[in-house]
Design a protein around this ligand. Structure first.
Ligand SMILES: *Cc1c(COP(=O)(O)O)cnc(C)c1O
Length: 425
């Protein structure tokens, strides 16, 4: 009996590499992949050691349905403080009236706003997915497109930018009850004040989905969406560099509706370890170092954009104001999927992406999306961005050979060697 007990205790305390070598090996492989690739996926980042520690803490053990001081479980006195800390820090960072830190992801945050604000079948106006919107903004096969009546606005064909006069015309014609602003692949600043004026004009509420640009907004480097809108949703793992999760910010008058929509409307117990990681993320985001990194992220994107354009690559809207750019490869005769694969071969990770008015299917596409949050976190500055641009241009040139690809891969390795990632792991 004694022996069985101590075996149980030994299993309980066994490190992952002993308890499950197969899984530990896969995590090691992924660490290696992250270390040995240039990460240009615009929605990704490297989170800090502090956030990783909070996310893997024993707070995962705690059930805490409800909200601080109003839980359906005992023993919540500590996690109440954790959640309150996350809420207060998020409020301070974004100047928010009310914050809910319980959404599990960006899509869950959007779902909760729709659930709180809309009746089934209500009319909503949001950005087209294939012009840079998000699937939770009304894609037919997504819950949003199934349950609500989404209409969409796109980008101007000539300028590649939002056409606010056209959005206003659509709003007047369609009379939506909610307008959604925000995008996954839009390289320019968004005029949230203008969106608010359009919404007000037709009696609609305004929701801003700032998932991609939350870090830039927290750093004061992008016009603020919080004051002019009813609701702001975000992920915490993109430019904000926190754990994979979501947040809802809203005006005080919507607080009860939002909180009820998350719990008990859509979720059960909150992920307290992830809420703790969000608290750490908001603390780190409220520092001069973070603001400096966000500025460098924008500078790096501007530098990469300029180098690619000098090398003959067309960018949608002719450049970037933020952390990402959308390259239209039509003129160089390479599809999005071909470019994604070829760049993977040289150690650079990007994603294929539809360009506005793309004639190729979404599985192929004419473009790629490139972003600088992850490489900036890793420490890259303009000289490294210039080298990356050279490697990209060489890899995408029409007659590149297998030997040249190998040589480019070596260049990438050499560049990365100067920027160790998670040396403690
Ligand atoms: C990334 C993103 C989301 C969704 O985030 P998930 O956490 O993957 O659900 C929502 N909206 C926009 C605009 C995004 O870019």
């Amino acid at each position: 009996m004694k022996q069985a007990e101590s075996k149980t205790q030994a299993d309980f305390l066994a490190p992952l590499k002993v308890a499950d070598p197969e899984l530990a090996g896969l995590i090691k492989d992924e660490l290696k992949r992250q270390r040995h690739t240039v990460e240009l996926i615009a929605s990704e980042n490297f989170t800090s050691r502090a956030v990783l520690e909070a996310a893997s803490s024993i707070l995962t053990n705690k059930y805490a349905e409800g909200y601080p001081q109003a839980r359906y479980y005992g023993g919540c006195e500590v996690v109440d403080q954790v959640e309150t800390l996350a809420i207060d820090r998020c409020k301070a960072l974004f100047g928010a009236e009310h914050v809910n830190v319980q959404p599990h992801s960006g899509s869950s945050a959007n779902q909760a706003v729709y659930f709180a604000d809309l009746a089934l079948g209500d009319s909503v106006l949001a950005m087209k997915l294939d012009h840079g919107g998000h699937l939770s903004h009304g894609l037919k096969v997504n819950f949003s497109g199934r349950f609500y009546h989404f209409h969409s606005y796109g980008l101007d064909r000539e300028t590649g930018r939002l056409d606010y006069d056209e959005i206003e015309r659509l709003a007047k014609e369609l009379q939506p009850v909610l307008i959604v602003a925000g995008a996954s692949a839009y390289p320019r600043q968004i005029d949230f004040e203008r969106f608010a004026a359009i919404a007000k004009n037709v009696g609609a509420r305004l929701m801003v989905d700032m998932a991609h640009i939350a870090g830039l907004i927290g750093a004061g480097l992008h016009p603020d969406p919080v004051a002019p809108s009813d609701y702001v949703t975000t992920t915490t793992h993109k430019t904000l560099a926190g754990p994979r999760s979501g947040v809802i910010i809203c005006k005080g008058k919507h607080a009860t509706g939002i909180d009820k929509a998350i719990f008990p409307g859509l979720q059960g117990g909150p992920l307290m370890h992830i809420i703790a990681a969000k608290a750490a993320c908001f603390k780190l985001a409220d520092t001069p170092e973070f603001r400096e990194r966000q500025k460098q992220t924008i500078d790096n994107a501007a530098c990469l954009a300029r180098c690619l354009q000098d090398g003959g690559i067309n960018l949608v809207s002719g450049g970037t104001d933020n952390h990402l750019m959308l390259a239209d490869l039509t003129n160089i005769g390479v599809t999005g999927i071909e470019a994604e694969n070829r760049l993977e071969d040289v150690g650079i990770t990007v994603n294929k992406n539809a360009v506005p008015y793309d004639e190729l299917p979404p599985t192929v596409t004419s473009g790629i999306r490139l972003g600088t949050p992850a490489v900036t976190t890793r420490g890259f500055r303009e000289p490294e961005m210039e080298q990356i641009a050279e490697i990209i241009l060489a890899a995408l040139s029409p007659h590149v050979t297998a030997t040249e690809i190998q040589g480019l891969r070596k260049k990438t390795d050499k560049l990365l060697a100067g920027f160790p990632l998670y040396p403690h792991l």
